[in-house]
Structures are given as C-alpha cells and as structure tokens.
Design a protein around this ligand. Structure first.
Ligand code: PLP
Length: 379
C-alpha cells in the first residue's frame, strides 16, 4: 500500500457494532471485566485505550514499523527512551539538537550517571571516536534543528549495528512522508507529533515506533509504569490530521522551495539553510534519503545585528512569531531566544546557531502571499 492510502486507512478499522468509519473517542478510564482477567484486551486506560491503539497502529504503518506507542508529548517519548538507560551508559547525539532534547539529556539524565557526547555527525570518524564499551544509544535528528544539516542515517546505522548500539532518530522535521528512518536501519523513530503529523497546531503529543518486539515491550512497560500517556481526545485530533499529511507535506515542500529561493536571491539576506539547494553542504545525502526537502528554512541577514533580526521577525504579518513548527500556518522564530534558549551560547555557536539566525516554518498558505509578507518585512 502507498503512503496516502496507509495514512487514511491503516490501524483505523476499530471493530465496532455501529460500523463507525472513524474510531470513536473512548473517553473511559477503565473497562468492565466479566470475571477477573476475562476482558476485551483493555483493562485500564494508562495501559491501553482503543483510540490510542488506533493512532499507534496508524503511525507505525506510515513509518514502516511494526509497533507504535503514543505519549503526552514528544518530550515524554524521548524521556521513555532515556529510561532504557542505566547509570554508566553513554549516549552520542548530534550537536544541534532540539533545545528540549539537549535539556533532558544534560539537565535531567546526566544527573543519573548517564554520559552524553555531542558530535558533528558529518563523517563516521567523528562518531566512531566517541564509541566505547559503555555506548548504549546514538540519537540523531535530521534535518537538524535549526541549522538544517543532514545526517546520513544509513551511515550512522552502520556504526550502531557494528557496535551493537541502539539507534534512535527524531524524524519530526522530515515526517515519514519525506523520510523513513526504519528502512535505513533505525531501531526507534520518534516524533513530536505536535508538529507536522498533527499539523494543525492544536495538540501536544509524541510517538515512538520500532520493529523489535522485545524493545517494544520494554518501551510499553515504561509507558505503562511511568504513565506519560496522551488522552483519547488528542489521539482523535491527530488521526484527523494524519489523513492529510501527504497532501500537506507536498504543499509545505513546494512553498518551502519558493520561499528558500526568494530569500536566497534577496540582497539583504546573507545565508539560507535549506537542504534542497545544490550548494547545501549535505545536499547529496538529503537527495539520497529524502523524497523532498520540506518547509523548514533558517537564514541570517547580511546585517549581523540582533536589532535587524528582531525587527524583521516583528514585522512579518502572515508568518506569526511563535515557537513550534509544522502547522498549516506559517511561523517565524528566533531559535537563540526561543526553541534553543536551553542550549548554552558556546554550544549553540559550535553548530553555527548564531544569535541572529531566523527560522521559518513555511505553512501551506498561498506562496504569493508568503513572499509578499517577507518582501514587506525585509523592507
Ligand atoms: C518540538 C520538538 C520536540 C519536542 O516535542 P514536544 O511535543 O514539544 O514535547 C522534539 N524534537 C523536535 C525536533 C521538536 O521539534
């Protein structure tokens, strides 16, 4: 089955006497048992809920994975992966991670005796030199946030497999429509479903998918034990959003291409970071592992001052100034003070995230209006 068909149908055939085409919102905490242990597979909604199960199956299907688990947020999903680790374990991650991921690693789990290394992952050597007997997890995001670097998923997966290390990919920026890390050797794929998968800026939710049954059981054990689950209402909203994921991402990518090209040609713009440009450092890898380049773009102005960056950000009208990304509406953000404020300035600048960097999440409005908005804001 092709992507769009799967997004619309897979996992959603909740067997019902009414024949409802849409899985209902099972707003229930518990389920009646005939005699102890005699039930329909559902005992208590922290453990399982039919609305959540439908969503979990649906997302697993579009990521080409067997198992899916949904959580209260993307961070609750990452938290669950961290709980696979024990004191003494080491983790290698790319050096321009989402600020919240950097924060949970360095401010929470580092206190529990887990060691984190951050690497520029443009070549195998920079990862391999950090691998030792304690390395348990390699965690990457690609495209990276906000520098839009591309990491070769197959290359990293090769290193992980050779050294028997668990390999997780945060696929939030790319979406499974553009990139399927499971097919390239990832053990776990994670999403902030809040972003493109949900797509309508109205829900916070996270997901993990995997193929290994034992791993899925461990993750489900943590999910049930620690309880970071999402409610059925939110699952319903996400299922509704997912039905148009393929159409939305096509349009995000089309608009992204138009906006990136416009910015690149503008005399006031210095650099534009978008993996679709042939002169982007990692364009060849992007072309190899992605089906298109999406709607996330970062750029810096020729005038390297905070005032100039702030002025531009405050002047856009359609591009709303807000955290988050991946919704149908276009957003503009200032990573250094917003999404990446949790990352120390020295760390930020190591990966090229200067204070004057501006990030766009290009929505699915009419491209002409988006260009007009940027034109007036750039003055
Ligand atoms: C937003 C985001 C997260 C965190 O997800 P929440 O749903 O906000 O908890 C993790 N990774 C990336 C790449 C994100 O953009």
């Amino acid at each position: 089955m092709k992507f769009g068909t799967k997004a619309i149908h897979e996992g959603l055939n909740v067997d019902l006497p009414t024949g409802a085409i849409i899985p209902p919102i099972y707003q229930t905490s518990t389920y009646i048992q005939k005699t102890p242990g005699d039930h329909h597979g559902f005992e208590y909604s922290r453990t399982q809920n039919p609305t959540r199960t439908a969503l979990e199956k649906n997302i697993a299907a579009i990521e080409n994975a067997k198992f899916g688990l949904c959580f209260a947020s993307g961070m609750a999903a990452i938290d669950t992966v961290c709980k696979l680790l024990v004191p003494g374990d080491e983790v290698i991650a790319n050096n321009d991670l989402y600020g919240g991921t950097y924060r949970i690693f360095t401010k929470i789990y580092a206190n529990y005796g887990i060691k984190f290394h951050f690497a520029e992952m443009d070549n195998a050597g920079s990862i391999e030199e950090l691998v030792n007997d304690n390395t348990r997890l390699i965690w990457i995001e690609t495209p990276t946030n906000p520098m839009m670097k591309i990491i070769d998923i197959s290359m990293v997966s090769g290193i992980a497999k050779k050294n028997n290390i668990l390999f997780g990919v945060d696929n939030t920026f790319a979406t499974p429509y553009l990139q399927r890390p499971m097919d390239l050797g990832a053990d776990i794929v994670m999403h902030s479903v809040t972003k493109y998968l949900s797509g309508h800026s109205d829900v916070i939710l996270g997901v993990l998918v995997c193929n290994d049954e034992e791993l899925a059981e461990k993750l489900a054990f943590i999910q049930n034990t620690c309880g970071g689950i999402c409610g059925p209402q939110d699952c319903f909203l996400v299922m509704r959003g997912l039905k148009t994921l393929h159409i939305r991402v096509q349009r995000h990518s089309e608009n992204g291409r138009i906006v990136a090209k416009y910015l690149k040609s503008h005399p006031k713009v210095d650099k534009v970071f978008w993996p679709g440009f042939e002169d982007h450092t990692n364009h060849v890898i992007a072309k190899k592992q992605m089906d298109d380049f999406g709607g996330m773009i970062s750029f810096v102005l020729k005038e390297h001052s905070m005032d100039a960056a702030k002025e531009l950000i405050s002047k856009t009208k359609i591009f709303k100034l807000a955290e988050s990304l991946g919704g149908v509406e276009s957003l503009v953000g200032h990573p250094a003070s917003m999404t990446h404020a949790a990352v120390p300035k020295e760390e930020r600048e190591k990966s090229g995230l200067v204070d004057t960097l501006i990030r766009l999440s290009v929505g699915i409005e009419d491209a002409e209006d988006l260009i007009d908005d940027l034109k007036q804001a750039l003055g």
